[in-house]
Ligand binder design. Sequence first.
Ligand code: ATP
Ligand code: MG
Length: 593
Amino acid sequence: MNKPATGDKAQPHSAAQVTNFIRNIIEADLAQGKNAARTWSGKPGPAAVQAPAPPDPAKIRTRFPPEPNGYLHYGHAKSICLNFGAALQYDGRCHMRFDDTNPVTEDTEYVDSILDAVKWLGFNWRENLYYASDYFDTLYDFAEAFIQHDLAYVDSLSADEMREYRGTLTEAGKSSPYRDRSRNENLALFRRMKAGEFPDGAHVLRLKIDMSSPNINLRDPVIYRIRHAHHHRTGGKWCVYPMYDYTHCISDALENITHSLCTLEFEDHRPLYDWVLQKLASFGLLAYPLPQQYEFARLNLSYVVLSKRKLIQLVEEKHVDGWDDPRMPTLVGARRRGFMPEGFRLFADRIGVSKSDSWIDMSVLEDCMRETLNETAPRRMAVLDPVKLIVDNIQADGEENCEAPNHPQKPEWGKRAMPFSRELWIEREDFMEIPSKGYFRLFPGSQVRLRFGFVVKCTGAEKDAAGNITAVHCEVMPDSKSGTPGADAYKVKGNIHWVSARHAYKADVRLYDRLFAVPHPGAERDFLLDMNPDSKKLVHAWCEPALRDAKPEERFQFERHGYFCADRSDSKPGAPVFNRTVTLRDSWGKPST
Ligand code: ATP
Ligand code: MG
């Protein structure tokens, strides 16, 4: 009898097993030597007309092509990890390219923040930093070549008329009355457009493909429009600007890109991508092999919104404190919150790359951050909701030096001093006057260990007129100090954190939580109504003395609470402010205990 296949059992999760169909494509291409004939002169340009160049030292070339019109978000991180990750894995290069064809919405502020974010994620484009606007001359020359080959014409319909002529998904389009303009007339008009003789919208340049194509993208797409606008890089040089679809494929070809990876909404644009490049190659302006576009599913993440329009609305209407608000799903926000680049890379590996849209739960990203933070964040103690614990058998000026390890699994990280004195801060919830069943912390008569300190016995508490606990009293067992031979004799079930009141540092701590309270914000009503009202709480915490010296962006585990990061904008030397990055465990959707 055959033994049951062991493969029937669910396999443990590991990055290598996650589907990434892009890797399979690249491996097949490499095995076939598909791109072996490429040459690379070190700078992008029309390969066919350049002097003979040596073989491209890069086995593959990918690119990350943001438009500098906003801040990068978690979704972009997926694309960055995919493109730069593939280049790293297959001995290739990933180009950083700004798709800056729309002068009106773009800005150098965005360019800088995008470059920062990619670097922060841990990737390096080396010398390959490009701007589509660097190719405006070539793009313009290629457009004239399309006119020369009678494959482009100047159209003078209004935008509304053009929409009408384009037809619908079920109805063929019809030809513009200007479609049959002569080559010379087109050339003359296009040059006059470039020379600034016409106002915005007077004319456009369109490819002459097929007005009855079932694919609307092939119904004579517009490739140039008039925009009298200042461009963040080319200034006032141009008043005609190329359209995205036309620019993108040519930029890929000029840069020798082998695998042009984009999100699924571009699938219907691929025939146009191929059409433009094949025609230019047939004119002798581009060399084979041509780049190839592949589409993958974009990241959809629960409990956030990733649409640029909605992110802008959150900032402009001040529902958050700016683009780098730690609750924003932007990479500047993630950084400020304390999320780690390694966590994003782990996340990208873990979710893989597929060809069908799906939702990823926020807890997957949070778990990736917990895992990377657990490895890298030193442990500290901080009391977020403090109440005094008074050790009555210690003198007012008494002090004991305790030591706590910086990481429980990494003895090589050493220990730090935790002074112990008569008055301590503990969490309010670590005392109960009348304990509930299974409560092992402080209540009159109970014994607990003060973590890395001593065992104390609770003797009672003080209350104000309203019945609120104002101080808890206890007695220390002097022979119970952690790490001493006597400590083991004490068997206690409760183990709580504390800081010495006299030595503590009082810090502003922001307790951040998810920005939206429901998995799919906006699915049933205006997305703003789905915001989590408790996504930010400010508390004044008592921190152990070592935290006073935290540097901006230093990350810690506050024991029993979660991971925290010293804010990179609001911390001052000797006075850090902390942001909660993520709690220790996922408590979303679970009943509170
Ligand atoms: P726009 O609507 O302005 O084009 P965009 O989100 O597509 O917005 P781009 O700057 O064009 O922003 O994006 C740069 C790259 O990031 C593109 O290749 C795009 O496909 C990819 N990208 C954008 N959003 C996601 C996402 N949610 N998941 C994966 N990749 C994404
Ligand atoms: Mg885009």
